[in-house]
Design a protein around this ligand. Sequence first.
Ligand SMILES: Cc1cc2nc3c(=O)[nH]c(=O)nc-3n(C[C@H](O)[C@H](O)[C@H](O)COP(=O)(O)O)c2cc1C
Length: 360
Amino acid sequence: MNLFEETQLGNLTLKNKMAMSAMTRSRADHNGIVGDLTAQYYTQRVSAGLIFTEAIRISEQATGSPVTPGIYATNQIEAWKKVTKSVHDHGGVIMAQLWHTGRVGHSIDRDGKLPLAPSALPIRGMQHFTSQGLKDYETPQEITIDEIRQTIKDYGQAARNAIAAGFDGVELHAANGYLPSQFLAESANQRTDEYGGTIPKKARFVLEVMQELITAVGSDKVGIKISPFHPYGDMILDNPAGTYTYLIEQLNELNFAYVELMKRSPHFPSPAHYPADDEIELFGSMIRQTVIANAGYEKTSAEAELEKGIARLISFGTLFLANPDLPQRFKKDAPLKQPDRETMFGGGEQGYIDYPFLKE
Ligand SMILES: Cc1cc2nc3c(=O)[nH]c(=O)nc-3n(C[C@H](O)[C@H](O)[C@H](O)COP(=O)(O)O)c2cc1C
């Protein structure tokens, strides 16, 4: 059970059990097109067994934040082809994370249109990073049934576009308070139609999107990221364990490759009524697909997690951001760089492609 052992994920052979988790870096242009720096950034990290891209907008409507990439326009897809080619030419494996931000957006960066969300409930206790600085969240517009149907189709089309762009698969971003997770949480979903009210109705959107992705690109190319007890984005569920247990039972009925299971972070304590259980032990053991464990791991804790036999891969976010050769550093027990928070979102080369490699 070693982090550096080869493993299989669906039809893919991964050179090790270390994935790089999805990280928004806000370095696309204003049309959501990524450039050469993005190709370089991901290519630098090909020693990961599997790379997840930053979250990518599935449609114009899915937009939440400025200078984040898209995968719905021809020129966006063409730009991603350069990234996937470079990663593949250097022996890497890369999946596209598909993103609809729901209420985590602002009309400033949406051509004046309010964000769409399950219900007209704004995010409390946070502000949004917009092209005009930090702003309070607006009250989103309740998404209609027709818009829900269109959004599900948009996910399918984005997945097909991702495969056309050369990606090895797609990941549904159903974590961190974005649209799919909003449907699951009472703090964002007070609907009384077939997409709200009971746990099965709240879970319906995520399950329909997953089915659409599987139909669009095939079981072995699809996965999902969930963060059941992470309250980021004002995600408060009445019954988080019950809701996610139901979701997982239903996901178990579908054929797809993996679930990336993100644990809560000490920086975002969950509400008092949430269970204290470790998410990998509680939910991971229920999951039929491959489990990728995420959040807060370093070498020793990652190996200990694999030893437990629930997760088959571990994904690392911030450590991969700051250490392009993270597997090499882990192997040698070399010092790790810490990420620079100032350059995480937006900007150019600095804090993006200039993190050093170990000297041979
Ligand atoms: C700069 C930054 C951007 C992130 N953007 C995304 C994202 O686009 N999609 C996503 O699923 N998670 C995103 N995350 C969360 C990471 O993928 C990961 O789940 C989190 O950092 C915990 O893992 P870690 O402790 O190894 O960093 C982001 C994290 C950071 C630091």
